[in-house]
Design a binder for this molecule. Structure first.
Ligand code: MV4
Length: 452
């Protein structure tokens, strides 16, 4: 087992990783930017190294600075968390050079899954259902027109290096092709410095359902059930739950088997997620694979009672897993609490937290790095807390979450708590009738003036 893990991240996920390391008697090294000097991950770790100024590119994204911190602290492994360098194949490559264990998949796997058309072709080859579309990248606009003619409307153009909705254009008729192609190409180039595009049939109002998987160094793999991540706004997830209200035992069995097939086919090492789009007839299609621990891993941990970070570390250290499937025994919901004003278009609201009361009690878990007096910096993601409610049923998990949010006091900054309160009270949400289009028609009621 590792003696000392360097956590190449910040915020709640850095704390989350440090907590598991403590339980496993593994020493921890925090790295931090000068904006995070007063952060809890710095206080909770056994050692901490400042790796530069606030800007991510000079600190949390700077591989050389992180490797220097590894060298001076003698860490024997690196946990990348999510975001930042977690899906950058250069990071595991450099770790290999320094003989430091990267807790995650190989650079090769990361590269293969990061390229969306390449990933899609791999899936097609091994018999995983994929959305009909171009065979690889588009050569030119003529090629786009030819493919769309074959698959029909609506169609969607996507960036090969994309993900997260950037460089995506929906096409509803022939007149829209040219403009969609040109703007997607520009946006892809600007966002990912690659203007490769592909096209596929557009699936209206799909469900976003993802399967958590784990694979070990010996070719064994398991799945750990699904998460429903359909509640998104501009491709930012706001609330996730497990099991999915749209899931059936039959569909879980089919999707789980496909997810395990993928993990085995690519000899996946570590924990990962297979994202699927599911249409209203419950046809499911591979969308992409995430080769990291995700923000929403918590709900899976609660419904199957498994520490996924511990699993990552054990797999990286060479422990074996079973070829099996794990099923939800509970219902869990996670609300992402962001330092944003939901009444002002989710505008980021960094600043000082003047007063804080964190909820607790039966069925509540809060993963957060905030404290009274903490300043939410302007430089990073606005996620400040994750509230996870666990109960026997979905209806009870909603009630537990509502109770917890009513207790949560975060003064000094605006947060997404009032958004979640309105969402949880919505009849359609409560009925479980949720697709990725849900928030398009969800209207946030204006806050009462008295609450200002
Ligand atoms: C799609 C789609 C419908 N049809 N692809 C959005 C993010 C990117 N990873 C893929 N996305 C989508 N791809 C086809 N062929 C609908 C979406 C989509 C979406 C997917 C998951 C969660 C939320 C979404 C919101 C809007 C669109």
């Amino acid at each position: 087992m590792f003696k000392k893990i360097l956590v190449a991240n910040r915020g709640e996920i850095a704390l989350r990783i440090i907590r598991t390391c403590k339980e496993m008697n593994i020493k921890t090294v925090a790295v931090y930017s000068s904006a995070d000097a007063d952060s809890l991950h710095v206080k909770f770790a056994d050692e901490a190294v400042c790796i530069g100024p606030p800007a991510s590119k000079d600190s949390y994204l700077n591989i050389q600075k992180i490797m220097a911190a590894v060298e001076i602290t003698n860490a024997d492994a690196i946990h990348p968390g999510y975001g930042f360098l977690s899906e950058n194949p250069t990071f595991p490559e450099i770790c290999a050079k320094y003989k430091i264990k990267f807790i995650g998949p190989s650079a090769k796997t990361m590269r293969e899954m990061g390229d969306k058309t390449n990933a899609k072709q791999t899936m097609k080859r091994i018999g995983v259902p994929v959305i009909p579309g171009s065979d690889g990248n588009l050569k030119d606009i003529q090629d786009a027109k030819k493919v769309i003619n074959k698959i029909g409307y609506p169609a969607i153009i996507k960036a090969t290096a994309g993900g997260g909705g950037k460089g995506m254009r929906i096409i509803r008729n022939e007149e829209e092709i040219e403009n969609a192609y040109d703007t997607a190409k520009q946006e892809a180039k600007a966002s990912f410095s690659s203007d490769e595009l592909y096209v596929e049939k557009y699936i209206e109002n799909p469900h976003h359902i993802e399967i958590q998987i784990a694979g070990d160094q010996y070719g064994k793999a398991c799945h750990l059930s699904e998460r429903d991540c359909s509640i998104q706004r501009r491709h930012q997830k706001l609330l996730e739950e497990s099991p999915s209200p749209f899931m059936t035992d039959k569909l879980r069995d089919k999707m789980g088997k496909v997810a395990i097939k993928i993990a085995k086919a690519i000899k996946y090492e570590g924990v990962g997620t297979i994202e699927f789009l599911v249409d209203k007839k419950r046809n499911f299609y591979f969308m992409e694979m995430n080769t990291r621990i995700q923000v929403e891993h918590t709900i899976t941990e609660e419904v199957i009672f498994y520490d996924l970070v511990k699993e990552q570390i054990k797999i990286a250290a060479g422990e074996k897993i079973k070829n099996t499937a794990y099923f939800p025994r509970m219902h869990a919901i996670q609300c992402r609490i962001n330092a944003e004003d939901p009444f002002k278009n989710f505008m980021p609201c960094p600043g000082v937290i003047t007063n804080l009361h964190t909820p607790g009690g039966h069925g509540i878990r809060v993963d957060s790095h905030i404290y009274a007096g903490y300043t939410v910096p302007i430089y990073y993601d606005s996620l400040i807390s994750k509230v996870i409610a666990v109960a026997q049923t979905r209806a009870e998990a909603i009630e537990t979450m509502q109770r917890a949010l009513s207790e949560y006091v975060i003064d000094g900054i605006k947060t997404t708590i009032p958004f979640h309160q309105q969402l949880l009270a919505d009849e359609n949400f409560q009925s479980g009738n949720i697709t990725t289009a849900f928030l398009d028609s969800f209207e946030l009621k204006k806050r009462e003036p008295a609450e200002d």
